[in-house]
Design a protein around this ligand. Structure first.
Ligand code: ATP
Length: 581
């Protein structure tokens, strides 16, 4: 996993190495401060009448150097982390623009936003903070050991022995906590998910008075988090505290004091060297501390790296290098089979039909029959498993993405409005259209009059998901957008519920302005609204079972006739409140 982490850091690797190198030099300069101070003490002891100016100057100069090097290393690691953050966000955004739209839809905007923001931020923090730690954790012990060895090999070995004990404890404390660390990360992620769900679902949850249930899930996630953290502390607490004690200078100094005095008594140790060893070795064990911070930082970053790499590993939608252009706005499904995942069952089987240019086709069927899947295959949310879909005689896989997007417009039930003004939302993707054209489209979409009643008319800002507009108003704004875009093939998802008849009439008028002269595929939920369609496709369990106009299909007494009968009954119940069964 650590190698996966380094591979994601590749674009800023050189700068990271530079930061580590500079931080390493800073460690060296620090050591030089200690060494020159130790020499100064030695010089003073041998010649108390003479101030060791040269040595003190070296100490002072090294202090300044260490400071400057540390700051420069810090700057480099921070520049690298900002560059990496930008690079990764750009790379992720570019990749997401190339993967199938269905993948983006499946992942959900919340999860993707989290990866783009929080996970990339986690890497930023890792790069900014870990580079100086790497240098301190690895360079400092080695250099200190070399200096100590040069002064007195026996005392240096004693220091290393204490250091090894500390290391062993630190690694034990953390290796036993690897699994716990994963549990911890999972639990903390569940808490974030539960919080988001709790907040997002608040309007629904409250109105159905199930707030307590949703809160319970949040509470449950929090309890689990608490459990994991407590368990972790209990399991690793004693070891970690012991490790902390051992890597403090006290045990090293005690060992050296005892050993040094013994060696002095044996007259096999020079007092001056002994003083220098005492001064320098105190810092040796402390240099271990960054190791534990480093391990913790790596553990925290690994999950973010995994999520980022999963997104980047998603295969892109293959694009043709020799794009063709459609001859007309017909759509043909030719023996289409489709499954969502490689080994999942087929959700569409041997589906063949034609949407004639400028005709209206309705697609009906029970929930899960495959209606939305058919609609989403046209603009290549996914590619067919076998068979083909042709627009104007050309396989959609042979159209450039731009041409495909120019051909097909989607008007869905849940219409997303971007933050910006109403006018911005209507002109989306077409910066050059005039105010006049925007207004004309809004008029045709029956949106002009309610827009004019808003505080700043067309300049009124729209909330994050257009929260202050009603569902019907939002839908009419997206219809105005679609009218302005004037794409030849339209896919409409009929709204399932309307409470306001005025809105329904307005919407019907808006839709008829939109669909004029276009090839329309309408996912219909209420059969009453499609009696006049040129063609009705009836789906059942992924198969196209019936096909024709309303009257013909009724005459067949098949699935459509049955659905029709059922809906008539439901409407009767709604009106009379009785079941005529
Ligand atoms: N993104 C997806 N990943 C995996 N399976 C999916 C996905 N979307 C739909 N399915 C499955 O494909 C089948 C067809 O679903 P589809 O949404 O096309 O039906 P539908 O007729 O539009 O239903 P509804 O009227 O309820 O929207 C269902 O079994 C569904 O579970």
């Amino acid at each position: 996993m650590v190698s996966a982490m380094w591979s994601i850091l590749n674009p800023v690797k050189k700068q990271i190495y530079l930061a580590i190198f500079l931080a390493g030099l800073a460690v060296f300069a620090n050591l030089l401060v200690l060494a020159s101070l130790a020499w100064s003490v030695q010089a003073l002891l041998s010649h108390p009448e003479q101030m060791p100016y040269a040595l003190l100057s070296i100490a002072l100069l090294s202090t300044v150097c260490a400071y400057v090097l540390r700051i420069t290393a810090f700057n480099q690691s921070h520049y690298a982390s900002f560059r990496l953050e930008n690079h990764l966000r750009k790379q992720l955004a570019e990749h997401l623009a190339k993967v199938p739209l269905g993948y983006v839809e499946n992942m959900g905007s919340g999860s993707l936003a989290k990866i783009l923001m929080q996970d990339v931020k986690a890497l930023h923090i890792f790069v900014a903070d870990s580079t100086p730690l790497y240098a301190r954790a690895y360079v400092s012990p080695v250099l200190t050991f070399m200096l100590l060895w040069w002064l007195d090999w026996r005392l240096s070995l004693a220091t290393v022995a204490v250091l090894c004990l500390g290391l062993w404890l630190v690694f034990n404390a953390f290796s036993s906590s690897q699994a716990l660390m994963q549990q911890y990360n999972q639990a903390s992620e569940n808490v974030s998910k539960a919080v988001v769900e709790y907040v997002q679902a608040m309007p629904v949850v409250r109105s159905f008075s199930t707030a307590e249930k949703s809160f319970e899930r949040y509470q449950h996630a929090l309890n689990r988090y608490k459990q994991v953290v407590l368990h972790w502390y209990r399991r690793t607490g004693i070891l970690a505290r012991l490790a902390q004690l051992i890597v403090s200078p006290l045990p090293t100094l005690t060992t050296l004091l005892w050993l040094g005095v013994w060696l002095l008594n044996q007259e096999s140790l020079n007092l001056h060297h002994y003083l220098m060893v005492l001064l320098i070795s105190a810092g040796m064990t402390e240099s271990l501390l960054p190791l534990s911070s480093l391990k913790h930082l790596i553990g925290k970053t690994e999950m973010s790296v995994k999520r980022i790499q999963e997104v980047l590993a998603e295969p892109i939608l293959p694009m043709t290098t020799q794009p063709k252009y459609p001859q007309d706005n017909s759509v043909v499904f030719d023996q289409v089979d489709f499954r969502y995942q490689q080994h999942s069952p087929l959700v569409l089987q041997q589906v063949s039909f034609t949407l004639k240019p400028n005709g209206i086709t309705a697609i009906v069927g029970a929930s899960g029959a495959g209606k939305s899947t058919v609609a989403k295959l046209i603009p290549r949310f996914w590619d067919v498993t076998s068979g083909s879909i042709r627009i104007g005689g050309v396989d959609v896989r042979h159209l450039s993405q731009e041409t495909l997007m120019q051909q097909v417009a989607f008007v869905l039930q849940d219409n997303f409005l971007f933050s910006g003004s109403i006018a911005d939302n209507i002109r989306l993707g077409m910066p050059n259209v005039s105010e006049q054209e925007i207004m004309q489209a809004a008029k045709a979409a029956q949106a002009h009059s309610f827009i004019m009643q808003l505080p700043q008319a067309y300049a009124t800002p729209v909330g994050e998901r257009g929260a202050f507009l009603s569902g019907g108003q939002r839908q009419r704004i997206t219809i105005a957008r679609a009218i302005l875009q004037n794409k030849p093939i339209l896919i409409l998802d009929e709204a399932t519920a309307f409470t306001d008849p005025n809105n329904e009439i307005a919407l019907a008028q808006a839709l008829s302005a939109l669909i004029k002269g276009k090839t329309v595929l309408m996912i219909a939920h209420r059969l009453n609204s499609i009696c006049t369609a040129d063609q009705i496709l009836v789906f059942e369990k992924g198969y196209l079972k019936e096909q024709g106009q309303h009257q013909d299909l009724l005459a067949q007494h098949g699935i459509y006739a049955h659905l029709w009968q059922q809906q008539q009954q439901v409407e009767n119940w709604l009106i009379t409140g009785e079941n005529h069964g």
